[in-house]
Design a protein around this ligand. Sequence first.
Ligand code: CO
Length: 139
Amino acid sequence: MFKKVDHIGVAVSGLEEAIDFYTKMLGKPPEHIEEVADQKVRAAFFAVGETNLELLFPTSPESPIAKHLEKRGPGIHHICLEVRDIDARLAELKAKGVKLVDEVPRLGAHGKRIAFVHPKSTGGVLVELSEPVGDASHS
Ligand code: CO
């Protein structure tokens, strides 16, 4: 059901600088850069082994990332777990009394269906669930 840590989301206060830094550190450029309209961010992905780093920079003051930067400064914003059948996972979590940010999946980077679990239920960690594209029927 829960397959792996798909990525770790990091809020950055300058996207170009952060991309330069991680390009130097990892020795390769990001595989993918995308504007995610729903979250009002630009996201840069670096594959690291089986998982990824997702650098997040707000494109609007209304972005949740802008609010995070304002309140807490740059740093880890969320961890993302890859799941099969996100609708079923959300229904299960809700039935278990887990507080969800999204009861219905939204559209994330790479066109994936994603949903956030509230940090109040997870010991202070914002957890993103993400379903691989084209995998909706599998569980
Ligand atoms: Co993410």
